[in-house]
Design a protein around this ligand. Structure first.
Ligand code: MLT
Length: 303
């Protein structure tokens, strides 16, 4: 009997695939495998029998990779399995940072009075909540992995000019990756030219603080910034004054941060990018299949 410890709620469509040869629990000793979503594992003592950890998600920053490598523990993730879910939320954020949809809805809930009075107030709202269209605007996509490419494709069909850059790819490779990229750009091209910038790179020592004071100083006044990858990719201390002055017109993020809570032009979502039933099923199936294949056959995919 193989033993698998599950540190988060993982979709049963995945865990059911473990089958009769597996004991599976949220609390057990000496597991050979661990299934995890977002639980932070950095302070966890790694069990001696542990062979592999499978993350039902793309990022692996909640897993102590160096410690695992030293101990010969393989770490899997599920690239692409939740890409569509994240793409859809990024598109929603593109619209929401432009058209002030959320504050307008909140304001409309407060409207009181006769039909005529409400109509007058609505006229006021029309100018108070006006915002630009995205058609023809320049979108910079930093990071052209599974999610970045889907976002680039969708933005192009919405009539945006898409600039693409990936810190781990040459400009030529980035160009070839997505037919929807109008311009294979450098990061500076994106910072200086784009009306919207969306970040889709993993968090590691080379990307932490990627958008800091220097980068923000190069951006166009009124730029709208979207971060659905990891909070630490953006230096919030540097971002705050840029938001307050309006240089950054809006920041949409899937990672609420103390410093940004309550800031008017911040749209903070509680890490919902991958939270759709479809994506949770996809990630769970992929994570379980990889874990089993390694435990049973020693095969390694997406480690
Ligand atoms: C990811 O890295 O893909 C997401 O963090 C997944 C999740 O929401 O758990």
């Amino acid at each position: 009997m193989h033993k698998v410890l599950c540190l988060n709620k993982i979709s049963p469509i995945g865990t059911d695939r473990l089958g009769a040869e597996y004991e599976f629990s949220t609390d057990m000793q000496n597991p050979e495998g661990i299934l995890v979503r977002s639980a932070a594992m950095h302070d966890m003592e790694l069990p001696a029998e542990l062979l592999a950890i499978a993350r039902a998600g793309a990022g692996v920053n909640n897993i102590p990779i160096a410690k695992c490598s030293e101990a010969g523990i393989v770490v899997f993730n599920t690239p692409g399995a939740n890409a569509n879910a994240v793409k859809e939320l990024v598109l929603a954020a593109l619209f929401m940072t432009s058209r002030k949809i959320i504050p307008a809805i909140e304001w409309a809930k407060t409207l009181k009075g006769s039909g005529k009075e409400v109509s007058k107030l609505v006229e006021k709202g029309k100018s108070a909540f006006a915002g630009p269209e995205i058609l023809g605007k320049k979108l910079g996509v930093i990071g052209l992995g599974a999610i970045g490419v889907l976002v680039a494709n969708a933005a192009q069909t919405l009539g945006m000019q898409v600039y693409g850059f990936d810190p781990f790819l040459s400009v030529d490779a980035a160009w070839n990756l997505s037919s929807s990229i109008t311009k294979a750009a450098s990061i500076d091209d994106i910072l200086t030219n784009c009306d919207y910038i969306t970040i889709h790179v993993p968090l590691n020592d080379s990307t932490r603080g990627l958008i800091g004071g220097d980068a923000l100083a190069k951006t166009k006044p009124g730029v709208r910034l979207l971060n659905f990858s990891r909070g630490e990719l953006v230096d919030t201390a540097a971002l705050l004054p840029a938001l307050e002055s309006g240089h950054v017109a809006a920041y949409a993020t899937d990672f609420p941060d103390d410093a940004l809570i309550g800031v008017e032009n911040v749209l903070a979502i509680p890490h919902l990018g991958a939270s759709t039933p479809e994506s949770e099923d996809n990630c769970a199936m992929m994570a379980v299949d990889q874990l089993k294949d390694y435990i049973e056959n020693g095969n390694i995919k997406n480690s």
